[in-house]
Design a protein around this ligand. Structure first.
Ligand SMILES: [Zn+2]
Ligand SMILES: [Zn+2]
Length: 324
């Protein structure tokens, strides 16, 4: 253990007895500790104010745990990834992504502003904009692999994230500001919904048929995958922002993504009823060329019948529909 220098860290808690620091926010957590939360960090070098970076032979270890609030954020990160289904698998190693999302959510603790992880797009933008600042804000990053200057073994924070310096705080705020701006650009009133790009062959979303959206993404799909009769010619066109979220989520065009997009439009949560829908959903792009686009999404589908089916299933206790 290093010598404790309360003068260097004026607001700190001395760790004694069963107290361990939270590896995320740095507050002292009273034992007994949950085994799943305790991690032994390896400190392989020390950044010494006089001697510079000095390797430790043998390395030191530091046990850290998670406080209640940080465990809650970890659970949220897990649930968010779970809810994104197939999309999550495409992000890579699950444990790595959970680590990164936990760092992303640490930005909440630093700034006091909620970070949304409600959709695949939320996940990717949060990872893109907050990952670096989040990782730098973690208590454990001051010890492993290099014990930073001013990071003392045996001390914990008196308040969550009190150790985070001005630069990292600013980086966290900058990241959040960029993220919020990008969300506003996507959904805010500043962007007027327009039809598909001028060179697009079809004038509605290939899935829901809507005529106007703030964002369009190009898509080429077979009529079969869009729920229509097989045809040798693929359908070329675009999808609206809501349907492109569903496509990113599911990973391919087909009944699953069509159902997902339609259920999301109806305000139904998650994946519960995807298999329960018996009706084959036809994407607007599979309708004959020249079919006018829809003023409202999915106007070409008998939505009332689908709602009735879902309501019946709900009565049987088969689905939990979450109305918006
Ligand atoms: Zn914590
Ligand atoms: Zn659409």
């Amino acid at each position: 253990m290093s010598t404790i220098s309360p003068a260097a860290v004026p607001v700190a808690v001395q760790l004694s007895g069963s107290l361990l620091p939270c590896g995320i926010c740095g507050v002292a957590v009273e034992g007994p500790h949950l085994k799943r939360d305790v991690v032994e960090l390896t400190i392989s070098a020390v950044d010494d104010p006089r001697l510079g970076i000095r390797e430790l032979h043998p390395p030191r270890t530091l046990a850290v745990t998670r406080c209640e609030a940080c465990r809650g954020r970890l659970e949220r990160a897990r649930a968010a990834l779970e809810a994104c289904g197939a999309f999550a698998a495409r992000l890579g190693s699950r444990s790595l992504i959970i680590d990164r999302l936990e760092a992303v959510l640490a930005v909440e603790g630093v700034t006091g502003i909620a970070v949304r992880l409600d959709s695949p797009r939320d996940l990717t933008t949060a990872l893109e904009h907050l990952n670096v600042a989040g990782a730098a804000a973690l208590w454990s990053s001051r010890f492993a692999p290099v014990q930073a200057m001013g990071a003392w073994l045996g001390l914990a924070n008196i308040a969550p994230f009190a150790h985070v310096d001005v630069e990292v705080r600013q980086a966290a705020r900058d990241g959040l500001a960029t993220l919020l701006r990008s969300r506003l650009l996507r959904t805010g009133p500043a962007v007027v919904p327009l039809g598909p790009p001028a060179d697009s062959a079809r004038r509605g979303c290939l899935l829901c048929g809507v005529a106007a959206s703030t964002v369009w993404e190009a898509l080429t799909a077979s009529t079969r995958s869009l729920g229509g009769r097989p045809s040798p010619e693929a359908v070329e066109g675009d999808v609206c922002s809501a349907c492109s979220d569903a496509l990113v989520d599911v990973g391919s065009v087909g009944q699953t993504s069509l159902r997902r997009a339609l259920l999301q439009h109806l305000g139904m949560t998650r994946t519960f009823a995807l298999d329960a829908i018996e009706m084959a959903i036809v994407g607007w792009g599979a309708l004959p060329n020249g079919t006018p686009p829809n003023a409202e999404p999915w106007a070409h589908v008998d939505v009332a019948a689908l709602r009735r089916d879902l309501a019946d299933m709900q009565e049987c206790g088969y689905v939990n529909a979450g109305a918006r």
